[in-house]
Design a binder for this molecule. Sequence first.
Ligand SMILES: NC(=O)c1ccc[n+]([C@@H]2O[C@H](COP(=O)([O-])OP(=O)(O)OC[C@H]3O[C@@H](n4cnc5c(N)ncnc54)[C@H](O)[C@@H]3O)[C@@H](O)[C@H]2O)c1
Length: 267
Amino acid sequence: MRLENKIALITGAGSVGPGWGNGKATAVAFAREGASIFAADLVPEAATITQDIIASEGGVCETHTCDVTVTAEVEGMIEACVAHFGRIDILVNNVGGSVPGGPVELSEEAWRGQLDFNLTSAFLACKYALPHMERQGSGAIVNISSIAGLRHIGNDHVGYAAAKAGLVQFGKALAVKYAPLGIRCNSISPGLMHTPLVEVRLAGQYGAGDAAKLIEKRNKQVPMGRMGEGWDVAYAALYLASDEAKYVTAADIVVDGGLIAATHGGQ
Ligand SMILES: NC(=O)c1ccc[n+]([C@@H]2O[C@H](COP(=O)([O-])OP(=O)(O)OC[C@H]3O[C@@H](n4cnc5c(N)ncnc54)[C@H](O)[C@@H]3O)[C@@H](O)[C@H]2O)c1
């Protein structure tokens, strides 16, 4: 198995509705490859659903309730993982999400909220996980960004775009600093994914409440003719977290069905 004896902490390891979010699919995919999972989530019931799936397949999963935008809670999350499993081999910073608006529409508080949710959350988890990885002499960090951090994709959400772009470059700078210490850091930029988020939040945010119409629009935007799914992100994360990627650091893998390579740029 590709992650045998590895301890993997995944933030946002539940999902906001029925089905497979990126973090939930990643947790289950990692467990299937032998990792013991530390599933952190703001909503305990969401993490428990993931835990139950992993347990039903014979895997190991511990849950932890944490708001990754709160410094003390992030420190507590990392310490709880190390206290329970003794180490932390893989950290997946998966929590994030968008709030629409340009500089005029977004309040300063909402702007700062976007940076906290998508960028500072990962900074904090790295801040507290890295000393353990340094002590171990190994570690793999995977940050879940978005193609919105690479390209304008048809939605005005400047806070999200800036935070996700920052997350990619944060990871690259970190990767270079920690490369001599055996710690790798990479990111994934998913495109339009059909996770439960689409029905639960995006339909209201960008689709005037009409989920079916938004799904049709998102499918049409992609050269492959359909959105991706949580598993597409999970398998990219699995590669980056595994020793198969032992020479890969400071990289960003785009998982978008060809969207940002298309000249229409998703418009
Ligand atoms: N769904 C997409 O189309 C898409 C596209 C590109 C990038 N992404 C990125 O993928 C990541 C995951 O997206 P998703 O759709 O799977 O997520 P999701 O909205 O389903 O959320 C996953 C989990 O995160 C938890 N969570 C929310 N706020 C939290 C907090 N403050 N602290 C801890 N846990 C919290 C939720 O309870 C939920 O269980 C995000 O970073 C998102 O920006 C998603």
